[in-house]
Design a binder for this molecule. Structure first.
Ligand SMILES: Nc1ncnc2c1ncn2[C@@H]1O[C@H](COP(=O)(O)OP(=O)(O)OP(=O)(O)O)[C@@H](O)[C@H]1O
Ligand SMILES: [Mg+2]
Length: 307
């Protein structure tokens, strides 16, 4: 199978509102596929459709070679899914939750204990089997939720913002697990708002207002998305001066990053003009994924959805 996920003009409307607009994506086996976009972009809606939970309004998709419209039931039992509000039972212990999901996924009785032990090891939850989920901190809960989602060893797992609301250490640990899974051949589609996590994906798809704006490796997107020269300016009262900067004919874009302003110049020949105008030395920089994210969001607002 060349692609584990392939969508063709996948679309979802809610009433008159188009949440996902003719989405075409392809995911290869073993890929960590990051799904990025502002709030309300349609990420969860796409994932819910790919998991067979939400019906597409039009278009089609195949998951693991199964047709999403005709074989949704088959898909559901062969994938792992961790929803944005993932569903653990707070009043059950760690072990009881894993047992519950082992049952849901119909894992054979004789295999259950081994599989549960495997998930406990993966999540670093050994010694906590008897703890109530309610007493676990966010990071532990998230790893347990992942364990529940992949207890049946699916070849693809969909993770919808698995790391929101946990500490940076827990987030890193969680992503280490994701990388380990991918190394073993599991395909991972993951949504995130964290750029450090996006950096660790093999591919990133960026959507805004339901439209695919860009898809490529993090490196490629950083090198090729912004058209012009990105510079960093250290000027006092950045907030107050950003409008004036944005109004300059040779400035394509401005954004505030802490105490610095990132300015996208139409061309490097304007470095001197910007220096004269701002009174500060513009320093050319390599765009970060944050810069890419900002540029793509603005591009969508300006009505240039494509890709
Ligand atoms: N069941 C529904 N009925 C009506 N509108 C919906 C429904 N589900 C989602 N939407 C709308 O579709 C749009 C996309 O929502 P979605 O949850 O997919 O965004 P998202 O990219 O996951 O955002 P976030 O980053 O906040 O999780 C939003 O405007 C949302 O309000
Ligand atoms: Mg969402």
């Amino acid at each position: 199978m060349e692609y584990v996920v392939e969508t063709r003009d996948l679309t979802r409307v809610f009433g008159k509102f188009t949440a996902v607009d003719k989405l075409n994506i392809k995911i290869k086996p073993g890929e960590i596929y990051g799904f990025l976009g502002p709030n309300g972009a349609g990420k969860s809606t796409v994932i819910r459709m790919l998991c067979g939970i939400l019906e597409p309004s039009s278009g089609s998709a195949s998951i693991l070679g199964y047709d999403l419209l005709r074989e949704a039931e088959k898909i559901k039992t062969r994938i792992g899914y961790m929803s944005q509000k993932f569903s653990l039972y707070d009043d059950l212990t760690v072990m009881e939750n894993l047992n519950f999901y082992a049952g849901i996924y119909r894992i054979l009785r004789e295999e259950r204990q081994a599989r549960i032990q495997e998930m406990l090891a993966m999540a670093g939850l050994h010694c906590r089997e008897k703890e109530l989920v309610a007493n676990l901190s966010g990071g532990w809960k998230q790893r347990l939720a992942l364990g529940c989602a992949i207890i049946a060893r699916p070849s693809i797992v969909f993770l919808d913002e698995p790391t929101s609301g946990v500490s940076p250490t827990s987030r890193r640990m969680f992503f280490n697990i994701i990388q380990e899974l991918a190394n073993q051949g599991t395909t991972v589609m993951v949504t995130t708002h964290f750029m450090d996590e996006a950096e660790r994906c093999h591919k990133i798809a960026f959507i805004s207002a339901g439209k695919l704006m860009a898809v490529d490796t993090p490196g490629y997107l950083k090198r090729n998305t912004l058209q012009g020269l990105l510079v960093e300016l250290a000027i006092p009262q950045a907030m107050e001066r950003i409008d004036a900067l944005e109004n300059l004919s040779y400035v394509k874009d401005c954004s505030i990053h802490g105490s610095l302003i990132h300015v996208l110049l139409a061309d490097e020949k304007y470095l001197g003009d910007l220096h004269d105008f701002s009174g500060a030395e513009p320093r050319p920089i390599v765009p970060s994924l944050d810069d890419v994210f900002i540029a793509l969001t603005k591009r969508q607002r300006a009505g240039e959805g494509n890709a």
